[in-house]
Design a protein around this ligand. Sequence first.
Ligand code: HEM
Length: 475
Amino acid sequence: MRSPVDASQNARPPIVPPKPPARADRVGLLTYARLFRRDILSAQPARLYRAWMAAFRTPFFRSYLINQPELIQTVLKDRPDDFPKSGRVGEGLRPLLGASVFLTNGDEWKRQRRIIDPAFEGGRLKQIFPAMLAASEAAVARMGQAAGQSEVEIEEITSFAAADVIFRTLFSIPIEDQVAARVFHEFRLYQRTQPILNLAAFVPLPRWMPRLFRRDTRRTAASIRRLITGLTDDRMAAIKTGTAPDDLATKIMTTPDPETGQTFTPAEMVDQVAIFFLAGHETSASALAWALYLMAMDSETQARIRAEADAIWGEDTPTFSDISKAKFTRDVFREALRLYPPVPMMVRENSCPERFRDRDIDPGSQIVLSPWHLHRHNRLWERPDEFDPDRWKTPNGKACQRDAFIPFSAGSRVCTGAGFAMIEGVLLLARLVQAYQFELVPDRPAMPVAHLTVRGKDGIWLKVRARDGAPGPES
Ligand code: HEM
């Protein structure tokens, strides 16, 4: 196997990708709420990139953003049951997700994870790899239609590709399927009407204040759930007649809880499918779009990814085990997740009195974990704002990977799809960069903002050229 060019030998100018400006250190509550509504990232002060803990006081509750690795470990890994998911977080998502695993807590959540987790184990991921591969080849072909255009909005393409991966692996249907296409379209509408996930955990609304969901939000949620109900009903019928394909939906619908022997009811399955679509495609699309933007900033890294893919699978299509051999591409994808964690913040609520950094934390406080700030913390990471995929091989990179890198959260409530997403991300990134050259569009720099996931403020625009000898615009 030819080894990829090792650029770490050559000194090169630092690559510093876009980061939103921080706000002034002290602002009033109303200004904060207004900034927050515009964008959660630029609403935060710069000190959060160096603080171990920061307190935010509102008239109704207190929030504590924690960056200290030991505190994060306490909340996520050591005593997760004492820090349930904050009810405020899911407010905007409840009409769509019902009682899905993303929103529940306690015994209900544990039961759901016991049924879902086996579907995402390593062996199962190997079984669904052909479906992922088919989606990646379809994405490469679709990118061919964009290649040659002067400017391409890349998030649109990555959203489509990530949704295709989910439909194919979950229900064995491509995104072109009529129902899949409608679900995808309705999800995009939902996001527009209900864009900010965590708003209620920061802004000072009392808990008793009724949540006003916009009519559009309810209507779109109901329409998505109707479509998903059709998919799960059909699948249940196929399971009964023994004709169901061996995909993630069949696995989840036929796995009994090892403790009670019960499978999900059809209604519960609709809630779970809704979160798989949402968590599974929004996040991966965001990570891939930013990874491609970083590629456009760094042609040398593109060349190294290409060299690695050419050396491992060349002109063949990659196999499942090839993906684990693509170590440099994985480091690049990891670096994209560090700089642009698709889920920028997570919120928990402490159920008992706590003492953090010599401060008493009253029960019911909001505990904010911010991958966004932790991943760029300047007392933990060397050159935190630089794009450097070789950092993961350094002692600092290794230590930070263990203590200060949580793009998928950590502990028992870690993202169900983390293993899935790392295979999908590396596969799509490698195949797209193997086939195309990505370049920046002059005068159209991307600026990250937090919507449901971290997105480009005005999209992410790139120039895409077919790599010499690779399929061109006509393919
Ligand atoms: C790059 C891609 C992804 C990223 C960065 C990501 C990140 C996350 C994070 C940070 C959480 C925890 C949220 C919290 O605790 O507040 C989460 C939860 C979750 N993710 Fe992912 N995710 C990704 C892909 C996926 C995929 C592909 C799936 C499924 C196919 C998935 C399914 C879920 C589910 C079901 C949960 C809820 C788990 C629970 O609360 O027990 N995710 N994800």
